[in-house]
Design a binder for this molecule. Structure first.
Ligand SMILES: Cc1ncc(C[n+]2csc(CCOP(=O)(O)OP(=O)(O)O)c2C)c(N)n1
Ligand SMILES: [Mg+2]
Length: 275
């Protein structure tokens, strides 16, 4: 990635964080922490890596992205709008009755959403199915699945992990938003994961690690993963829940909470101070 592109992506991430806080404050509901956590991951993927065409959302041979941690839908919507799947103005309809932008992504309503999510634990199996279907059809495309670290406590994740290794699904790329925090507390408090890398390796996966807030480290890691053949891969992307707003960082209380006027002013001040 060139230095110019790096600066452009970082500027986009700063703008997307502001757009996220604006909409969540306006609607007085939603999940700030998990969207802020995956901002660089989703933005780098959508704006730089995945092969998709907003003018032809069903394009044959396209890459796929499954937001398995569906509560981060606003960050996905902001990226889809930026790509041109729908007007940016529509982001303001988030979570309103009748909107195509529901609190969790709905594939039947919104072009660009590949799989409906919300109930955690389903996206990896779905991504595996998509990846195998693409392989059967002779496509060289990749399927990316973004998982939460609380989410991987779901048993269905590990069933999908076993199957992906069995089928040598090397075009399936899981990304773990490894922020150490879930809804009710830290992952360590709720259900310790132990050695996450060792667990995935034991299930037959190739494991990569990166800084999930560095657009360059993330992109370079994805390129290395693409070169890996013979097994599925997971990127353990180290992140901070609530990243970018000091009083939200690392706090499970900001998993899902309305943003008060006072907190909104403070958050905007921090974000725009960095712009
Ligand atoms: C099956 C299921 N159980 C519980 C929930 C409620 N829930 C939504 S998000 C969440 C915590 C997720 O934590 P994590 O996967 O770490 O996400 P992140 O930290 O990236 O926001 C929970 C328990 C759900 N959506 N689905
Ligand atoms: Mg988490």
């Amino acid at each position: 990635m060139t230095n110019t592109r790096k600066a452009e992506l970082e500027a986009l991430c700063r703008r997307f964080r502001v757009e996220l806080i604006d909409v969540l404050h306006a609607i007085q509901t939603g999940h700030p922490g998990g969207s802020l956590s995956c901002c660089e991951i989703v933005t780098t993927l959508y704006q730089d890596i995945i092969n998709i065409d907003p003018k032809n959302p069903d394009m044959n041979g396209r890459d796929h992205f499954v937001l398995s941690k569906g509560h981060a839908a606003p960050m996905l919507y902001i990226n889809l709008a930026e790509k041109g799947y729908f007007p940016k103005e529509e982001v303001k309809t988030l979570r309103q009755l009748g909107s195509r932008l529901q609190g969790h992504p709905c594939a039947h309503k919104l072009p660009g959403v590949e799989f409906s999510t919300g109930p955690l634990g389903l996206g990896l199996g779905a991504g595996l199915g998509i990846s195998l279907a693409d392989r059967l059809q002779g496509h060289n495309s990749y399927t990316y699945v973004l998982l939460g670290d609380g989410e991987i406590e779901e048993g269905a994740i590990w069933e999908a992990a076993m199957a992906a290794a069995k089928f040598k699904a090397d075009h399936l790329i899981a990304i773990l938003d490894y922020n150490g925090v879930q809804l009710d507390g830290t992952v360590e408090e709720i259900m310790p994961l132990g050695d996450v890398a060792a667990k995935w390796r034991a299930f037959g996966w190739e494991v990569f690690t990166c800084d999930g807030h560095s657009v360059t480290d993330f992109e370079e890691t994805v390129r290395r993963v693409q070169a890996h053949k013979g097994s599925p891969s997971i990127i353990l992307a180290k992140t901070v829940k609530g990243k970018g707003i000091s009083f939200m960082e690392g706090k499970n209380t900001w998993h899902g909470k309305a943003i008060s006027d006072t907190d909104y002013v403070a958050a905007k001040g921090e974000l725009e101070g960095k712009a």
